[in-house]
Design a protein around this ligand. Structure first.
Ligand code: DC
Length: 221
């Protein structure tokens, strides 16, 4: 028997749909690099806001992105994006970034910049001897890794998702971000054909991860 194949798991879904919690557990369970692409969009948004560059100023956005030096370091099992050697701070989860991230994430320039960086996480996972990676976001199964071994799409009722954020003590414009993320022209949030759709509204985290694990384990050698 040869070495186990490198596996890629894509998890997409709206804000607070349970992507982060479930993908972290899968990363532990299957020895995978965990990649939260939302944190990448947040980090870039924070940087652009700090430089006071509006999403409407395309030439300034292009120039700023060209200047940013991206790298990755491990934080436990998770890939952490560095910009100019700096990790993101807690501010990327704050209200200011929540309010603006979908506007920057809709820009093709931002998405193209992140496309190569996100695909490059395969090399990071291999370099650190992970068995594969689990990447969460909005367009992972549709655009970044359409050929992923496993593609999941998580749904949950917006009221339930707003409640989850409140329980975490966080304010978030869940419904508004979903509206913007689903209606943008470039790589909108949608469930790609062939992905496994899970409605987590009435499921516990254990149940969601249980469904995913059963599906994955059944197909692994
Ligand atoms: O997963 P999150 O809520 O932290 O993501 C923050 C924002 O980043 C989300 O509102 C839209 C954007 N995003 C995206 O457009 N594509 C991804 N693959 C991940 C996030």
């Amino acid at each position: 028997m040869g070495p186990s194949p490198f596996i890629i798991i894509a998890i997409d879904g709206g804000a607070a749909s349970g992507k982060s919690s479930s993908s972290k557990i899968l990363a532990d369970r299957f020895n995978l690099l965990h990649v939260d692409t939302g944190s990448f969009y947040r980090h870039i948004t924070y940087e652009l806001l700090r430089r006071k560059i509006s999403p409407a100023d395309h030439s300034a956005i292009i120039a700023a992105l060209a200047e940013m030096k991206f790298a990755t370091r491990l934080n436990g099992r998770s890939a952490e994006m560095l910009i100019g050697g700096q990790p993101a701070g807690d501010e990327i989860r704050g209200q200011h970034v929540n309010d603006h991230v979908s506007h920057y994430a809709a820009l093709p320039e931002v998405r193209t910049t992140l496309l190569g960086y996100q695909r490059g996480q395969v090399a990071v996972a291999r370099q650190h001897a992970f068995r594969g990676l689990v990447m969460e976001g909005r367009d992972i199964g549709s655009v970044i890794f359409p050929e992923a071994n496993f593609r999941f799409f998580l749904h949950a009722d917006p009221t339930e998702r707003a409640r989850r954020r409140e329980n975490e003590g966080r304010q978030d414009s869940v419904a508004e971000r979903d509206r913007l993320d689903s209606s943008r022209k470039t790589s909108p949030l949608h469930c790609p054909p062939g992905a496994v759709n899970i409605d987590s509204t009435f499921l516990s985290l254990d149940q969601v991860v249980g469904q995913m694990t059963t599906f994955i384990a059944a197909k692994l050698p």
